[in-house]
Structures are given as C-alpha cells and as structure tokens.
Design a protein around this ligand. Structure first.
Ligand code: NAI
Ligand code: AKG
Length: 528
C-alpha cells in the first residue's frame, strides 16, 4: 500500500480522498526540519502547503518519495531542481485558489482606497473621525497589473467590472489574450508611470525579484497605491517604506513579505499600510478545492501513473494513462537497448530521435520521449527516471527530437529510437503485440523479432557459415542456457545480428570468448 504524509494544515477533505483511494495517510503538522527528515523515508508521497520546506536535506533522506503535492500555487518552499534530479514529481494545484486570491487583491485595493482597517480601529475606539478618512473612488482609475496569468487575469476581469482601466505588464501576455481580457498591454515603465493602483501577480523568480525597486517606485505616479498578494521579495520593502513615509506612495496593501512569518517590520508602524498574514488563499472554498485536488493528483499518480499539474514532468491524463503505459514500457526498453548498444568508445551521445509510426503517432509523445530518455540514460547515469531524464539529457547537451507519421509499414504501430554519437547513428525499433507486450522488431535497420528478457546477449557478426554452431557450443560449454534465439541479417553474406536471451547472466569471461569467435564483430550483454 502506498503511503502519504500530510505535513501542513490541509482541509480534512484530503484525508478522506486518500482513504477512499486506498492510500495510507498520516497527518503530522508542525514538524521541525529534523523531525521531517527522520520520518520522510517511509513515504511515497508528501502533501504540503507553504509551511513545510522540502529542501535538499529533506530530499536526501526521502528514499521512497515519488511525488510532492503542493495544495496551492507557489512552490518556492520546494527545491524543485533537486527534486527533479532525484526523479521526484512536484505538482501544484494552479486553479484551486486563484479566484480567492484575486478576490483578496481586490479586497486589499478597496481597503486601501477607503482606509478600512484604520477607519475600523478609529470607530471601535469611539472616535467617529468622519473628516480623517477621505477615500478615493476606483471607478475610472488605472489599475496597473504586473503579471497577467491565472490570478492576474481574474483580477483584471473584476477590475474591468468595476469600470477601471487595466494596463497589464506581462512579457508572455499575447495581444489576443489582452483583447479578450479587456486590458491594455503595456511595458513596465508605462504601467509604473500611469497606474493609480499597482497590483502584483507574478511568481518570485530572478526576473521579478524587487520588480518594485527603489528605481521603479521613483517612476510611479505620486499618490499611487500598491498591492502585493503574490510573493514577498517582489517589492523592496525598505524602498517602499521610504516612499510611503515621504507620501509619494499613498498606501500599500501587503499579504506577503520578504521574511515570513512577518512578526515585525517598520512597515507595520505606518497607518497607510494594510497587512494580512499571507491570507490570499484562505477561504473555505479555496482550501477545500486545493486539498481535494492535491489528494486526487497524488493518489492518481501513485496508483495509476497519471500526471496532472506537474512542474517537472509532462502531463498524462487518467484517460491516457492506461493507453500510454505499454508504450512507456516499450520506449523505456528500446531506450535501454539503444543505451546499452552505445559503447564508451562511441563517444558522447549527441542526439536522440524518437520516431512514432502508425497508431502510436496519435498519442501524447512527451511522456513517451521522457520514458525513452530514461531507458537510454539509465545504464550510464544513476537514479534516472522519467522526471529527471529530459533535464539530464539537456544538461548533457543531448539534442532530443521526435518525428511522427500516421503511415504504417509492416506494423500497425511502431516506435524507433535512433541514437547519434560521434561515431554514427544506431537505431532500434519495437512494436506492441498481443495485450500490449513490447516486441523488438528492428536493430540497426535489420529485421528481427524478439521479446525483451532480463538477460540478453547481443552479437553482430558476418553472415557466413560456422558462427551459430560455434556460438551455441561455447555457451553450452560455459553452462549458459539459451532461452530464446533470434537471428537477422541485412542481406546474404553481409552483417548479421544474433539476439539471445539466457537463463541468468553471461559471465564476463564467456562474453570475452564470444567476442573472440571468428566472424564476430561485436558482442554485448544486455539487462532489462
Ligand atoms: N497570497 C497568496 O496566498 C497566494 C499567492 N499566490 C502567488 O500569486 C502569484 C501568481 O500566481 P498565478 O497567477 O497562479 O501564476 P501564473 O503562473 O498563472 O501567472 C504568473 C504570470 O506572471 C507572468 N510573469 C512571469 N515573469 C514575469 C515578469 N518578469 N514580469 C511580469 N510578468 C511576469 C507570467 O507570464 C504569468 O502570466 C504566484 O507568485 C503565486 O505563488 C498564489 C496563490 C495564493
Ligand atoms: O497555502 C497558502 O495559504 C498559501 C497559498 C499560496 O501562497 C500559493 O498557493 O502560492
């Protein structure tokens, strides 16, 4: 039974889902990093919000971990790079809390426009300061949106409904999408110069760190109000403090901070600052959504192999998973065959081409490419799987290409993997037979028909009389029992191949004797 740890406060809906799906689940919140490291080795999956830090140190000892699921959007508390290199899938729930967070940004905008928190405190203190709290309307004002993805576009929609004019800065926003949303695409300086309110909705990455810097603040309109419900670190807090203090910025509403939990900050002294403790996603609806989604996604992945909302792996829908699984096996086996055929003296792998012919051409190829790369790199690199194989291939300068055609040749469905090294290109192809069994049908352009077996011996030789007898005798004398024997050749008298499955490994000394046989050009043991 697969086992999952919930290590942050998640809606109980998640526990129910795991139990219903037959996943064993433990809930342990408030663990110290040391306590988490102590127990993480038992778990196949980890469900978190933002409190748990999935660091390299945690991943180092997470020996069974296959998936981390973030009930929410930002994964800045997960070392995704490290998880990827270890083959751990990292998923989030990109839509579950987007509306709630957009509504929080709008609420923050109104809180600033009408000074609601200060007015509340004053009224509750019995002061009735009607003249002190003069607000501003939002109708007709310019909202500067920085980041127009999931949340930013919902904020834009609500702001357009409030009769605001929205200027959006997002390098990835297309003109067509801007038109659809009713926003005007603008560069950052234009947004800074024109906006009455600026709201931030980008991830915290190198390009966005301190995007509201001291220099950026200097470019804003006097009296601007700034809202950050995305991530601390997007706004330079010290510069913001100075701009608020000087009156250049009329107000700021912050849900997120450079350091969280933010227990103290000079900003807290200012009455034109509205703050919430990272509450953007905190509604019953959003928490129910993300908890359900993360539990479903983790269960699906662990139980069926389907992949949804992974940041480091191509998606595989629940519908696709059963159809893709036999092809993933085929691609992994073909990749492993090609990888083991590629010898050290061939030099580095330069390029991998995965070709899909016939029925397989219609399927989702990204996971199949990843499976082929995992098979290919597995024999030469440790801990390779479908998650990290594409990254490892890229890191090693391997060009990965794919081609597909609906046309069929001898087979209804066929996958061919060609590996190019400094010395040339080698290709292997396979198909699925019966109820999805992988079958090898072509090696280096030579037709062959063979099942993959745990122990195999692959020999290339000159097609001349005498080889098969000597080869069989040698194996028999060495006590290596042949289970299956397959032959193929380019043409009479030319290059031939012999693929043998054996009951157990062929010892190195026997392999050396095979290599020394007359007519043999190459001999390799293969393991699957
Ligand atoms: N306060 C809270 O509780 C919550 C905060 N968030 C945070 O909100 C942020 C936005 O989330 P989503 O909209 O779901 O993300 P998203 O990925 O859908 O959208 C982000 C947008 O930022 C844009 N972007 C990337 N680099 C940019 C740059 N240099 N300049 C301007 N735009 C850039 C992207 O093109 C994308 O459209 C994230 O940081 C997320 O962690 C999300 C949920 C709750
Ligand atoms: O889980 C939370 O409360 C924070 C949500 C958040 O910041 C996110 O989803 O990125």
């Amino acid at each position: 039974m697969v086992k999952v740890l919930i290590s942050d406060k998640l809606s109980p809906a998640a526990i129910e889902i795991f139990k219903e799906r037959g996943v064993e689940v433990d809930v342990k919140t408030g663990l110290t990093p040391a306590e988490l490291r102590e127990i993480i080795g038992q778990y196949d999956g980890l469900a978190i919000r933002s409190a748990t830090k999935v660091t390299k140190e945690v991943l180092d000892v997470a020996t069974n971990l296959k998936v981390v699921g973030r009930a929410g959007i930002g994964v800045d508390n997960v070392d995704v790079k490290n998880a990827t290199s270890r083959g751990v899938v990292v998923m989030n729930t990109p839509n579950g809390n987007a509306i709630t967070t957009a509504e929080h940004a709008i609420a923050m905008m109104f809180a600033l426009a009408r000074q609601l928190p200060e007015a509340t405190a004053s009224t509750k203190a019995g002061k009735w300061e009607k003249n002190r709290f003069m607000g501003v309307e939002v109708t007709g004002k310019i909202l500067g949106l920085i980041g127009c993805g999931n949340i930013g576009s919902i904020v834009a929609d609500r702001a357009v409904g409030l009769k605001m004019k929205v200027l959006a800065y997002d390098p990835y926003l297309t003109e067509a999408r801007a038109v659809e949303l009713g926003v005007e695409k603008a560069d950052l300086d234009t947004v800074l110069a024109k906006a009455d309110f600026i709201t931030l909705h980008t991830p915290l990455i190198e390009a966005t760190r301190n995007i509201i810097s001291r220099e950026a603040l200097a470019k804003t309109k006097k009296g601007v109000r700034i809202i950050n419900c995305a991530r601390g670190g997007l706004v330079d807090e010290a510069a913001l403090y100075d701009a608020l203090k000087s009156g250049h910025v009329a107000g700021a509403a912050l849900d997120v901070f450079e350091v969280e939990p933010a227990k103290e900050s000079p900003l807290f002294e200012l009455e034109n600052v509205v703050c919430t403790p990272h509450l953007g996603a905190s509604t019953n609806e959003a928490q129910e959504n993300v908890a359900l989604q993360v539990a479903e996604q983790i269960s699906d992945f662990l139980l069926t192999g389907s992949v949804t909302n992974a940041l480091n792996m191509p998606s595989v829908t629940a519908e696709e998973a059963p159809r893709l699984r036999p092809y993933m096996d085929l691609c992994r086996l073909l990749g492993a065959f090609a990888g083991q055929m590629t010898r050290a003296q061939d030099g580095e792998i330069k390029k991998v081409l995965v070709e899909y012919e016939g029925a397989v051409a219609k399927l989702n190829h990204r996971p199949l490419n990843a499976a082929a790369l995992a098979g290919l790199l597995g024999p030469v690199m440790e801990g390779v799987n479908m998650v990290n194989a594409p990254v490892l291939a890229r890191d090693h300068g391997i060009e990965v290409a794919e081609a597909s055609t609906d046309r069929t040749g001898d087979y209804q469905t066929l996958v061919r993997i060609s590996v190019t090294t400094e010395k040339g290109t080698r290709a292997v192809a396979g198909t699925l037979i019966g109820n999805g069994r992988p079958r090898l049908v072509e090696i280096k352009g030579i037709k062959v028909e063979a099942d993959f077996a745990p122990h195999m011996l692959y020999v290339t030789n000159k097609d001349k009389p005498g080889f098969i007898g000597r080869f069989g005798t040698l194996l028999a004398e060495a006590g290596v029992n042949i289970a299956t024997f397959h032959l193929g050749r380019a043409a009479e008298g030319e290059d031939a191949i012999c693929l043998v499955s054996t009951d157990g490994e062929t010892p190195d000394a026997v392999l050396a004797q095979v290599r020394a046989l007359p007519l043999v050009m190459q001999a390799t043991t293969l393991a699957f």
